[in-house]
Design a protein around this ligand. Structure first.
Ligand SMILES: [Zn+2]
Length: 310
């Protein structure tokens, strides 16, 4: 999606360069090559509707725990490393929130099906709507990150892009009041190699997609449902990319969940083995910005801007 904003950020960061060397060392020391993906405790399949008031709920058929050490990549559109879904299994992911009305509508639809998803919120949106982000967490969903301001990182310098990533992480940390999962999705799925390496050092898993709904191009919920169901039919399974930011998607979700259930798809919920640690220097910047409010470029005193005329 495109986000137009006239907000000028109060603090410009150039900390990433200074941090990255030390970071790479400390993280690299503990990083193990490769990654492991563990299924939830096996045994009897988790009954999708256990404890769910809705007898026709999609539920959650399986929960997987992802060890993000070394920065594994998921989503066959770009990263073809880890094919963990079985035939008929679906992971739902939602980008660009949290956003009023639409995100709560997505959460309500998921809750009515006792289903869980993964959200990739934008840092700025998280700071603007922390209560909605907290609702996402309260719903038991997994929360990753989608940068501070959703810029195309391939058009930024590496240091600027690292700032975008780390500010996003600290913004979500602040809005949530807790650490997030080390799950990341690049805006527009543009993933420069230097940043793939950086996230690998940070121990952050990167998620592209198996099935891009292109819901941001659609105005009608029926279009979103038709596209997702058609692509699932073609691929047979997959990590689905949608946007809780989008109205058509929010409206589509109740019926989409019904159709997923009716067509025999099984929902898989992804969790992280360990939370992501935000960087203290960026946390401090976020806290400072929050304390003083978002700054504009104007430095004129209030007396010069506003005066009594009557
Ligand atoms: Zn996005």
């Amino acid at each position: 999606m495109r986000i137009a904003t006239a907000i000028v950020l109060g603090t410009t960061l150039s900390l990433a360069a200074a941090l990255s060397a030390a970071q790479a060392q400390s993280i690299g020391a503990s990083a193990k090559a490769g990654t492991a993906l563990a299924a939830a405790p096996s045994g009897a399949p988790v009954a999708a509707t256990t404890g769910c008031a809705n007898p026709n709920a999609l539920g959650v058929a399986r929960t997987v725990e992802i060890d993000t050490t070394g920065g594994p990549g998921f989503g066959f559109e770009h990263f073809k490393q880890h094919d963990f879904l079985r035939p008929g299994e679906v992971v739902l992911t939602f980008d660009d929130g949290p956003w009023p009305v639409n995100t709560p509508a997505v959460l309500a639809a998921l809750a009515s099906h006792c289903s869980k998803a993964t959200f990739f919120p934008i840092g700025k949106h998280s700071v603007w709507h922390p209560d909605i982000l907290k609702q996402v967490a309260a719903g038991g969903h997994t929360i990753g990150n989608h940068t501070w301001s959703h810029v195309d990182l391939s058009k930024k310098s590496v240091d600027e892009a690292k700032d975008e990533i780390e500010k996003g992480i600290s913004a979500v940390r602040m809005a949530l009041g807790a650490q997030q999962a080390p799950f990341f999705r690049f805006p527009a799925l543009k993933h420069p190699p230097e940043l793939v390496a950086y996230l690998g050092e940070r121990g952050v898993a990167m998620f592209s997609t198996d099935l891009d709904s292109f819901d941001f191009t659609m105005r009608k919920p029926e279009q979103v449902i038709a596209k997702v169901m058609q692509k699932l039919k073609t691929h047979g399974k997959g990590i689905v990319l949608m946007h809780d930011f989008q109205q058509a998607t929010a409206k589509a979700l109740p019926e989409l969940l019904v159709q997923l259930k009716a067509n025999g798809y099984k929902l898989v919920h992804m969790k992280a083995k360990e939370p992501l640690q935000s960087l203290a220097a960026y946390d401090a910047v976020m806290a400072k910005d929050a304390a003083v409010g978002i700054q504009t470029v104007s430095s004129r005193p209030t007396s010069a801007v506003v005066r009594s005329v009557d």
